[in-house]
Design a protein around this ligand. Structure first.
Ligand code: ME8
Length: 499
C-alpha cells in the first residue's frame, strides 16, 4: 500500500480577497503535492480559510455585513483562485464547518484533561492584524510613540478574564523535541529564530476571549470562545479525521509537512507542538516557513496600493507561466520579488524559447515531413549520452524536490533542456533527411524520448501544459512514435500594461 503523505498550507484569513502571497503558498504546496503523488505517495493535501477571530469581526463591522456573510463571500474567492491556479487540493476546509468545531472542542478537552488550562485575568497587548498576543519587551515604538508589534502592526491593551494554556510548562519539552528533530523547523534561519524565542522563556498563553462570540465555544464555559489560533491550528487535525475517525487519523497523522509563511512560524513551531504534547497527540514531522513575495522589492500593502491580484496575473500570462516563475525565481525559503517583466522574461527564456521551442521544432518537423511517424533506430553513443544527461537532470530535479529545494530542482531540469538543444544543433536532424534518413529517425526518436522524460518530470510545476505536451507526444511504443501536428504549448509572452 502506498505510504501516506499529508501536507497543508496555512489556512488563509478571508477578511479580503486573496493576494499573490496566498497564491504563492498554494502553488508551492501544489507542486510538492503533485510531486509526491508522482513518487507514489498516497497524498492528502489540504488548504482552506481561517474564519474566526477579531480581525474578521472588525472587518465585517467596517463593511456593515454579517461576519458569516463576509466569510462566505471571501472564502469563495480563495476557492475560485485554487481552481484557477490548478491547485490539486483534496480538501478545502473552512473553520466555520461543524466538523471543525467538534475537533477543536476535542483537543480543548484533551488539554483540559491534562490539567493545562486555567482561568485567570489577562492583561496585555494584542494585535488584531496578527491575531497575536505580545509581551511588552517585544514591542517597538512607531510614529507618534504608538506601540507596534514585531511585525509592525498596531497593538491594543486588552484586559479580560480568559482561559490560559500552560505554555511555560512546555519550554523544556519543546527544546528537547527540537534537539531530537533537527529537521522539524526549516529553513535553518527560522529554526534559529524559534530556538532563541523558546530559550528566552515562555509565558502562559491566553486561549479564550469573552468580548465577542465569533469563534468556537469553549466546552463547559459559557461566554468564552477559543482564541482564533487554537481553532485555526486544529484545522490540520480536523482534516485528518480527528477525533471521529481514528483509522484515518492513524493513516494521515502526524502530518508530513505544514507549509506556511515566515510570519507565522511561532504559532506552528511553538504553540502548535505544545498543544499537541498537552493533548498527547503526535507532532507533525516538519514545518517549513517560506519567504515573502515583494512587489518590485516592496512590501505589498493596501495603503501603498501595490497589492496584486493573482487571478489577474494568471489570466494575463497564463497559470503555468506564473507557477513556473514563482517556483524558479524565488529561492524557496527566502523572500523573493516579482514584476510583470520578471515573469515574462523567465517564462519566455525557459518555457517558450528553450523547452517549448525544442518540443515544437521536433514535433512540427515530424508531423510535416515524416507524416508523423518516427521509426525505431539504432542508437549512437551520442544518443545514449543525451539520454543519460537528461536522466541526470531529471534525477537532480527529483532529489531537490524531495528536499524542498524547488528552484534548484528547476535549474537541474533546465540543464536537461539545454542538453537537448545542443544535441539538436550538433546532430542537425533536418540535414540528415536527405543524406541519412535512418540516422535522422534515430536522432528524432532520441529527442522524443528525452522530451517525454522532461515533460513528465516538470508536470508538478506546469501541470496543464505538461499534460498537453504529453498528449501530443502520444503513447511511447517500441516501434517508434506517431505525432499529430502540434500546437505551441508555451506561447511567447508579451508584457502587458494593465496589471
Ligand atoms: O496568517 N508572501 O492567514 P493569512 C508570501 N490565518 N506569503 C505570504 C505573504 C506574502 N507577501 N503574505 C502572507 C494567517 N503570506 C492565518 C494562518 S494557519 C493555521 C492560520 C502567507 O491569510 C502567510 O505567511 O494572513 C501565511 O502562511 C498565509 O499567506 C496566509 O496568511
Amino acid at each position: 500500500m502506498a505510504e501516506p503523505y499529508y501536507l497543508t498550507t496555512a489556512i488563509h484569513y478571508p477578511n479580503g480577497r486573496p493576494h499573490i502571497g496566498h497564491a504563492y503558498e498554494m502553488i508551492a504546496a501544489d507542486a510538492i503535492a503533485r510531486f509526491q503523488r508522482q513518487q507514489g505517495r498516497d497524498v492528502f493535501f489540504q488548504t482552506g480559510t481561517d474564519e474566526h477571530g477579531l480581525k474578521m469581526v472588525k472587518t465585517a463591522r467596517d463593511r456593515g455585513v454579517e461576519v458569516r456573510a463576509l466569510a462566505d463571500e471571501m472564502s469563495g474567492y480563495f476557492r475560485e483562485m485554487a481552481e484557477l491556479l490548478d491547485i490539486s487540493c483534496d480538501r478545502f476546509i473552512r473553520t466555520s464547518e461543524p466538523e471543525h468545531y467538534a475537533a477543536s472542542q476535542a483537543i480543548w478537552q484533551a488539554m483540559a484533561d491534562a490539567g493545562d488550562l486555567y482561568l485567570d485575568r489577562y492583561e496585555g497587548w494584542y494585535s488584531v492584524r496578527d491575531e497575536a498576543f505580545y509581551e511588552e519587551k517585544e514591542l517597538t515604538e512607531g510614529e507618534g510613540g504608538a506601540k507596534l508589534s514585531p511585525q509592525g502592526t498596531p497593538v491594543e491593551w486588552t484586559a479580560e478574564e480568559t482561559w490560559f494554556f500552560k505554555l511555560s510548562k512546555y519550554q523544556q519539552p519543546l527544546l528537547d523535541f527540537y534537539a531530537a528533530n533537527p529537521d522539524f523547523i526549516r529553513p535553518e534561519s527560522r529554526r534559529n529564530e524559534v530556538l532563541r524565542f523558546v530559550e528566552g522563556g515562555l509565558v502562559d498563553l491566553s486561549v479564550s476571549r469573552t468580548s465577542f462570540d465569533w469563534g468556537v465555544p469553549v466546552p463547559g464555559s459559557p461566554g468564552h470562545v477559543m482564541y482564533v489560533w487554537v481553532d485555526a491550528l486544529t484545522n490540520y487535525l480536523t482534516g485528518a479525521g480527528y477525533p471521529h475517525d481514528p483509522e484515518r487519523v492513524a493513516k494521515y497523522w502526524p502530518a508530513d509537512l505544514h507549509l506556511i509563511g515566515k510570519d507565522i512560524v511561532r504559532f506552528h513551531a511553538v504553540y502548535w507542538p505544545a498543544f499537541l504534547m498537552s493533548a498527547k497527540i503526535a507532532l507533525p514531522r516538519q514545518v517549513f516557513g517560506h519567504g515573502f513575495l515583494l512587489n518590485r522589492g516592496e512590501k505589498m500593502s493596501k495603503s501603498v496600493g501595490n497589492v496584486v491580484d493573482p487571478m489577474a496575473l494568471a489570466r494575463l500570462y497564463g497559470v503555468d507561466a506564473l507557477r513556473y516563475f514563482l517556483l524558479r525565481d524565488v529561492s524557496f525559503g527566502n523572500d523573493g520579488t516579482f514584476s510583470d517583466e520578471a515573469i515574462v522574461t523567465r517564462a519566455n527564456a525557459d518555457l517558450s524559447n528553450s523547452f517549448g521551442n525544442l518540443a515544437q521544432r521536433v514535433l512540427a518537423f515530424i508531423a510535416k515531413n515524416l507524416d508523423g511517424l518516427v521509426e525505431a533506430g539504432t542508437p549512437d553513443p551520442a544518443d545514449t549520452a543525451l539520454l543519460r544527461e537528461v536522466e541526470t537532470a531529471c534525477e537532480g530535479f527529483t532529489r531537490s524536490f524531495s528536499d524542498l529545494s524547488l528552484s534548484q530542482g528547476l535549474e537541474a531540469w533546465m540543464a536537461g533542456v539545454f542538453a537537448c538543444n545542443q544535441y539538436i544543433d550538433v546532430q542537425a536532424p533536418w540535414a540528415l533527411r536527405k543524406t541519412d534518413p535512418a540516422r535522422m529517425h534515430a536522432v528524432l526518436g532520441t529527442l522524443l524520448k528525452a522530451i517525454r522524460r522532461l515533460a513528465v518530470t516538470i508536470q508538478p510545476v506546469v501541470p496543464g501544459s505538461a499534460a498537453k505536451l504529453l498528449d501530443q507526444l502520444g503513447p511511447e511504443g517500441d516501434a517508434g512514435f506517431r505525432i499529430a501536428p502540434p500546437t505551441p504549448i508555451f506561447p511567447r509572452l508579451e508584457l502587458k500594461e494593465d496589471v
